[in-house]
Design a protein around this ligand. Structure first.
Ligand SMILES: C=C(O[C@@H]1C=C(C(=O)O)C=C[C@H]1O)C(=O)O
Ligand SMILES: NC(=O)CC[C@H](N)C(=O)O
Length: 860
């Protein structure tokens, strides 16, 4: 029989690091953690709270945005300190929880003179012998270097202790707070210059209540940059907590009865779908009448044909040969494939993907806030536009998860040829920033009527595709179709292969031990294919002639917004805020430069590992994104690659070594660290405790016009069936586990909007941004673009360094001369992370640097 582990309750104040703390607790201590939000209505009454607490051996009052004196920021936490002797149990406060405890027992809470977010400091603790009469939770603990995330601090009277008395006084309870035993401090000699924004000489960072089982830490033990020594403090806290329970706990622990606390790992999308389905069945409503039929296609396979291509043929040329240069189109391109100095080896463009026949694809469009989606197909002979109610599926994400699940494809034919292709077919498309806001419970303030009904998610179901392998110089021509349709697929593939072979110079090739070998004859290439981009020079002239207006953010206005972000940081409401703004470019619509032409120029001027062109429905996106958001494999390995820290290339900073030195400062490292910790939290929410790692931390990469600091966060998605246990399970149990399994889509749904575009904590920072950015939709900018394939794989980029337009903004301008001009308006978003250490001017310049790559298309 399995013995249940003791339960700890984590009270979550809507922070973006909570799951990291839970992971640390569950991997360090032999406990399970359940979590509730500070405003859980089920615990609004004291009776409800007391009932809930009966399940737990201890409570953690977590960190969070805001101020401990504000009821809406701490909620339940404040009531924990007031528990009567009968209900009392051990508690550890962390950061906001620490501040709340100190406030309750007499401390003043004040703003730090220099906020400390993502800054690593040495913790001076009392160790074993300074606290009289008892061992503290720092007993036998060595040196701790810990990350701070705080704008506020508590003052138990230390500010007024004269220097001469400090060493004696600092470990004693103060007259202001006789119940609080100080356990640790961060100290700084202010006469020594520092670049971490330190302006406070003494900050209390750990306390213990002298008679109640309350302990608290102001630093963040779970941060990736806090050293492992600090976990000893948690172990000792739990030891003290257990001893206290054994000696003093009045209320007996309960192992049964209703419990509000939930595991930090969210329910899988497929399980949510299943649950909704069963609920409907329970209601005897007859499932078939509620759930719209999606045909299960059980015998789908991916038919694949490999076509060799000459080495220097571009993705643009391939796309034009097969698709012409008009119509809907989706191209995900590693446009840095041949640029050794762009990106690092792991993203140096191995593959590009082209979705084919996008005009004819089934397309799903969803607008956030709605409970239905549009399913659209414009295929000649099979045209329809349907509204599907997604409530019966449990929402948009469970709906998509189920759609993919029913079309899972396990085989590619012939297997030895197509198995290396990273994409066999599936969804390709985009989601907006506002879709992400919906998933974290921030209601977007939609301004203006024009954007009503625009899709926040648009995915084409791509069954015919090309994957270009830039290393092997081959194309996979692929079609998803029933196994029995092999000959139909073959005739389509042969047709496309002929198209390519007729248009491209010949390539001799043969298979050697299963590997394709090419013999290329460069001398035979026609001139068209040796020129990198034949359209570039024409566009340069035409585009500047077509520009009717460019509206960039006003300097003073942008700087004002940076100050507003910093005010929210100083008040404790945010640790870092990714401020952005939009530039509008209105063009004379002309047949001679299409969006595709713009893409062609951008991709060659700003080579990037995650470039993309999307023309889908009423949206057009032209992107040179350097940032991978999320990649996952069919086996559940996932990887996020947040970027934070940007330097413009210039004569002074032209090498990677120079940029690395420039970014190796607390301001830049803090920006990156905060997002790494936030992304770890998002990933822990699906992968579970102990299943997230950071194999690369703060490494600088070179791009065409900037240097970027990146980190890599990896996780393992829980497997439906443990291979070791599978043999002990009945077939039905295995089936059920598979029906409810987690996929990469769970991670995607749990991590939007991308943390690098929000700041931390995510929810509060996004709310602040709604206000500061004036409720303007960021729309495609700050969203993600990518694919989820039928074999369970996915790759998504953050939509930055891009421009987009909506067809509904196309207009007509009438000049005084009476001339009528058709116009289109492009949006270019740009911004950067604001921290306490930012300067308004520096932030504005950073925004302009990021803008310049894309805006440059219109300025020459
Ligand atoms: C906000 C943008 O970029 C984001 C912000 C970065 C930063 O603050 O250093 C770096 C990469 C992106 O995650 C943008 O390109 O507009
Ligand atoms: N990380 C936290 O809990 C921060 C607490 C509080 N909002 C502050 O800024 O000081």
């Amino acid at each position: 029989m399995l013995i249940p582990k003791p339960l700890i309750l984590f009270i979550d104040a809507y922070d973006s690091f909570s799951n990291n703390i839970i992971s640390l607790l569950e991997t360090t201590l032999d406990v399970s953690v359940r979590t509730i939000k500070i405003d859980n209505p089920a615990l609004a009454t004291d009776a409800g709270l007391h009932e809930e607490l009966r399940h737990y051996v201890a409570v953690i009052c977590g960190p969070g945005p805001g101020h401990p004196a504000k009821e809406e920021d701490v909620g339940l936490i404040r009531r924990i300190w007031k528990l009567s002797e009968n209900e009392l149990l051990p508690v550890l406060g962390i950061c906001l929880g620490f501040q709340s405890l100190c406030l309750e027992f007499g401390a003043k809470v004040r703003r730090l003179k220099g906020p400390q977010h993502g800054i690593v400091r040495r913790i001076q603790h009392a160790g074993e012998n300074k606290v009289e009469g008892q061992q503290s939770i720092f007993h036998n603990v060595g040196e701790i270097a810990a990350t701070l995330y705080q704008s506020l601090c508590v003052d138990i009277g230390q500010d007024s202790v004269p220097n001469g008395q400090w060493e004696v006084q600092k470990w004693k309870p103060s007259t202001r707070c006789p119940d609080l035993q100080p356990l640790a401090w961060v100290e700084h000699d202010l006469s020594i210059a520092n670049d971490a924004g330190v302006e406070d000489a003494r900050v209390l960072v750990a306390v213990q209540h002298v008679s109640k089982p309350f302990w608290a830490l102001q630093y963040h033990p779970e941060s990736i940059c806090t050293n492992p020594e600090s976990t000893k403090v948690l172990e000792q806290w739990f030891f003290h907590a257990t001893c206290w329970n054994n000696l003093h706990r009045k209320r007996r622990l309960s192992f049964d009865g209703p419990i509000q606390g939930r595991t930090a790992v969210r329910e899988s999308l497929l399980s949510q779908h299943e649950k909704t389905r069963l609920e409907k069945l329970d209601g005897h409503m007859g499932l078939t009448s509620i759930v719209p039929k999606i045909h299960a296609v059980n015998d789908l396979v991916c038919h694949s044909l490999v076509v060799p291509i000459p080495a220097n043929v571009s993705v643009v040329e391939i796309s034009e040969i097969v698709q012409g240069d008009r119509g809907d189109r989706i191209v995900f391109e590693s446009s840095n494939a041949h640029e050794k100095s762009v990106g690092s080896a792991d993203v140096r463009g191995k593959y590009s993907i082209i979705g084919l026949e996008i005009d004819d694809c089934l397309r799903y469009e969803y607008t956030s806030g709605e409970n239905s989606l549009r399913s659209i197909c414009r295929k000649p002979g099979d045209q329809y536009s349907q509204i599907l109610d997604i409530d019966p599926y449990g929402g948009i994400w469970p709906f998509l998860a189920k759609h993919l699940d029913r079309r899972q494809v396990l085989n590619v034919v012939p297997a030895e040829v197509g198995k290396e292709s990273p994409f066999w077919g599936g969804f390709m498309g985009y989601t907006t920033y506002e879709l992400g806001l919906q998933s974290i419970g921030v209601i977007p303030v939609k301004t203006g009527a024009s954007n009503v009904g625009r899709p926040d998610l648009s995915f084409a179901w791509v069954t015919r595709s090309m994957v270009i392998d830039h290393v092997k110089n081959i194309i996979y021509l692929q079609e998803l179709a029933p196994n029995s349709d092999a000959s139909k697929s073959a005739s389509w593939q042969n047709r496309i292969r002929s198209l390519l072979q007729n248009a491209l110079p010949p390539v001799s090739n043969f298979l050697l031990n299963g590997t394709m070998v090419h013999i290329r004859n460069m001398a035979r290439l026609p001139a068209k294919f040796t020129q990198r981009n034949p359209f570039q020079s024409t566009l340069r002239n035409t585009s500047s002639e077509s520009v009717l207006s460019i509206t960039t953010p006003e300097d003073a206005d942008y700087e004002q917004k940076v100050h507003k972000c910093q005010e929210s940081i100083r008040s404790g409401d945010s640790y870092e805020i990714c401020l952005t703004d939009q530039t509008l470019v209105t063009l004379r619509k002309s047949r001679s430069i299409s969006s595709w032409d713009l893409y062609k120029t951008l991709r060659s001027r700003q080579p990037a590992p995650f470039a993309s062109y999307i023309r889908l429905g009423s949206a057009t996106l032209v992107s040179a994104s350097p940032e991978r958001f999320l990649k996952y494999s069919a086996e559940g390995k996932c990887e996020l690659r947040p970027m934070k820290g940007t330097v413009r290339k210039s004569a002074e900073v032209s090498t990677l070594a120079q940029a690395t030195a420039l970014l190796d400062i607390p301001k830049e490292k803090a920006e990156n660290l905060m997002i790494v910790d936030l992304v770890r939290h998002d990933l822990h929410g699906v992968c579970g405790s102990g299943n997230v790692a950071v194999p690369r931390l703060m490494v600088v990469e070179e791009y065409k016009s900037v240097f970027q600091m990146i980190s890599i966060v990896q996780g393992q998605i829980p497997q439906a069936v443990d291979p070791d246990l599978k043999w002990h399970m009945r077939e039905k149990e295995v089936e059920e586990a598979m029906r409810k399994r987690y996929t990469g889509l769970d991670v995607l749904a749990a991590s939007l909007p991308p943390g690098s575009m929000t700041g931390a904590p995510k929810k509060r920072s996004c709310e602040i941004l709604q206000e500061i950015e004036g409720g303007k939709d960021r729309s495609l900018y700050s969203g993600v673009v990518g694919y989820m394939d039928v074999a369970g794989r996915g790759d998504w980029s953050v939509t930055i360094r891009c421009m987009f337009k909506w067809d509904d903004e196309d207009g007509v301008e009438i000049f005084e001369t009476g001339e009528k001009i058709e116009t289109e308006t492009w949006h270019i978003g740009a911004g950067g992370a604001v921290t306490a250490l930012s300067t308004a001017r520096g932030e504005r310049e950073e925004m302009l640097t990021k803008l310049s790559g894309t805006l440059g298309l219109f300025r020459q």
